[in-house]
Write a protein that binds this ligand. Structure first.
Ligand SMILES: Cc1cc2nc3c(=O)[nH]c(=O)nc-3n(C[C@H](O)[C@H](O)[C@H](O)COP(=O)(O)OP(=O)(O)OC[C@H]3O[C@@H](n4cnc5c(N)ncnc54)[C@H](O)[C@@H]3O)c2cc1C
Length: 320
């Protein structure tokens, strides 16, 4: 297919950093199908456990990566086991679940201010999760994580540590970094190219503070706007805009137990820490804003109404 302008917006997927055994023995959560796969694996383990386990045994889940995905998953797992009893599964209780969250840096949620990281850590440890920071995974075997100093047994291992762009991008004679992201100029054109743009998780752009634009939905959304405007400008022979990333903050939902985050006010140049109900409302409203951007007002309204009804009539857990 020929093109006048090309926009590469291929996203990214989990990065195994070349560590042995990750692909074979870990679940990833990059796509809906992978999440379904983990869901089935978890249900199977619960089923097996409720048939055979003794009092002392536990369902062990290890999550590698203490970013938003790993932290939210850990909390969600505890919420799940708390609900299982309502479905007649009496053998699996809160104490039966043993979640270990492993993070290579010195704290979970490194994207959030330190005190919010500590609060998330406390919520998770209160729930019963073990948090291991400054721990690098060196290899994975069946039901076993190998780190520098110990081996961690787990029934299920989830890999949620870092991303990389599709490998074929680095074979296209275009400049890429070590995780296959395309290096772009501030106009979002790929370096050395006039008519090829790259945006979102597959693009690499350093900000003025020398940190890369993060691989998040809000950055992808902002890049898409600048890219669209620049293509129009290029067609009309006008000057192209330079892209500046505006960080509006981050929100983390620890299932029904807690929600927290920071909202950056561009106008007042202030950083608002939010927690509890306010954070939960902000989280929910972000989700609706996303639907609004995709579907417009009326469809978002009907989706909200359907969700409201489903909340009343549908079970809280999907046990199939
Ligand atoms: C579990 C999880 C939770 C997340 N939570 C958050 C969050 O709370 N907040 C946040 O800001 N970000 C979050 N993210 C990150 C966010 O999803 C991404 O930053 C965002 O989707 C990037 O948008 P994108 O358009 O660059 O890529 P994507 O949304 O990944 O879209 C890329 C698309 O390109 C398609 N594609 C790939 N290769 C090809 C090919 N060769 N040919 C054709 N099509 C192709 C893919 O199938 C995909 O549909 C999360 C990511 C994950 C995995």
């Amino acid at each position: 297919m020929d093109y006048d302008y090309l926009v590469l917006a291929l996203g990214a997927h989990g990065n195994d950093f070349g560590i042995n055994g990750v692909r074979e023995h870990c679940y990833t959560l990059d796509s809906y199908e992978q999440a379904e796969d983990f869901h089935l694996g978890l249900l199977n383990r619960f089923l097996q456990f409720s048939e055979t386990a003794t009092q002392q045994e536990k369902v062990k889940v290890a999550i590698v990566g203490g970013g938003a995905t790993g932290v939210e998953l850990a909390a969600e797992l505890y919420y799940t086991v708390d609900r299982l009893e309502q479905f007649g599964v009496h053998k699996i209780r809160h104490q039966t679940l043993d979640v270990t969250l492993i993070e290579a840096t010195d704290r979970i949620l490194p994207i959030l201010p330190e005190d919010l990281s500590r609060k998330a850590e406390k919520t998770l440890t209160d729930l019963g999760a073990k948090i291991k920071t400054n721990v690098m995974v060196k290899g994975v075997q069946e039901n076993l994580l190998l780190t520098e100093h110990e081996s961690i047994e787990a029934d299920l291992i989830v890999w949620a540590a870092g991303v990389q762009a599709p490998a074929f991008l680095s074979q296209q004679n275009l400049p890429t970094n070590r995780i296959n992201q395309l290096e772009v100029q501030s106009t979002l054109q790929v370096k050395g190219q006039q008519n090829i743009y790259a945006i979102g998780d597959c693009a690499f752009l350093l900000q003025d503070n020398q940190r890369p634009v993060p691989a998040t939905a809000q950055a992808a959304h902002q890049m898409a706007k600048t890219c669209a405007s620049n293509i129009c400008s290029q067609i009309n022979k006008q000057t192209l805009q330079t892209f500046t990333y505006h960080d509006h903050g981050a929100l983390i939902s620890l299932s029904h137990f807690q929600a927290l985050g920071n909202l950056l006010d561009q106008l007042l140049k202030r950083n608002w820490m939010v927690e509890g109900k306010v954070a939960r409302m902000a989280y929910a409203s972000l989700y609706r804003q996303h639907q609004y951007a995709l579907h417009g007002f009326w469809k978002t309204f009907w989706l909200w109404l359907v969700n409201l009804m489903e909340k009343r009539i549908k079970p809280k857990l999907k046990l199939y």
